[in-house]
Design a protein around this ligand. Structure first.
Ligand code: DGL
Length: 265
């Protein structure tokens, strides 16, 4: 199976894109809803939670896992790939959303001025800044943490007039950039509002679509992994907490209702 992990429901927007381009594979989604948000936590905790989740997905039979969570990709992925995986599961792979998104942004920008909106944890990690500058040392990166957006979206308040005011404030530093990375799973839900505020001269990069295209490419370049992935078109959704709001939020991110299984990591 291909495992897809997020701190909560938001990663369903990434899985949704995978299903568009690679529908035949079997997917196991895990949302750590009991411990969301990751975006306000320390490195140590994000790394520990992410390792537990990845370990759980491997024990369920996943061979390849994508961290759909930007905070986990920014703060835990490098350590998992370089230290944890070689010790624990040397033949298995964990990928993230950050590198595909950064590559796309560098390919698209004309002005070499790239904006990033993300959780506090992702901004503090400087991962976007570092990776963007690794690809092109000339790019200027403007980052803005948007801590209010995840709670707004999780409360279903995206149409509330206050959301527009908050977005305007968060987006004020980006007038001079031509490319804005939506560096958090949840933000693609607000894509149209963000585009309307910034105007047509700004390209928005959503990690879901970009990572899906890179996954197609990855599987083509890694037949030794591709051959291990089963292709019966099944999807299972696991969560570490099942609240009455689950169905509503899952529908918001996935586009249709789904049933999920409660698990303990
Ligand atoms: N999934 C997280 C991300 O993409 C957002 C929610 C959280 O803070 O855990 O950064």
């Amino acid at each position: 199976m291909i495992g897809v992990f997020d701190s909560g429901f938001g990663g369903l927007v990434v899985l949704r894109e995978f299903l568009q381009v690679l529908p035949d594979y079997d997917y196991l989604y895990l949302g750590d809803n009991a411990r969301i948000p990751y975006g306000t936590r320390s490195d140590r905790v994000v790394i520990r939670f992410t390792e537990q989740a990845v370990d759980y997905l491997f024990r369920q039979g996943c061979r390849l896992i994508v961290l759909a969570c930007h905070t986990a990709s920014a703060r835990a992925l490098r350590r998992i790939q370089q230290v944890w995986l070689p010790e624990r599961y040397p033949d298995l792979r964990v990928l993230g959303v950050l590198i595909p998104t950064v590559e796309e942004a560098v390919a698209r920008t004309r002005s070499k001025r790239i904006g990033v909106i993300a959780t506090e944890g992702t901004v503090i990690s400087q991962s976007f800044d570092l990776e963007l500058k690794k690809l092109d040392p000339e790019v200027e990166v403007v980052q803005q943490a948007c801590p209010l957006l995840v709670p707004i979206i999780e409360s279903g308040e995206q149409e509330w007039e206050g959301t527009g005011l908050i977005l305007r404030r968060y987006l004020a530093p980006f007038k001079g950039v031509d490319t804005l990375i939506l560096g958090c799973t949840h933000y693609s839900i607000l894509k149209d509002q963000i585009q309307a505020i910034l105007g047509p001269g700004h390209e928005l990069i959503c990690s879901g679509q970009v990572t899906a295209a890179k996954l197609v490419d990855y599987l083509a370049r890694h037949p030794e992994m591709e051959i291990q992935l089963s292709r019966k078109g099944t999807r299972r959704y696991l969560t570490t907490d099942l609240t009455p709001r689950f169905a509503q939020l899952a529908s918001l991110f996935m586009g249709h209702p789904l049933s999920s299984e409660l698990v303990e990591l």
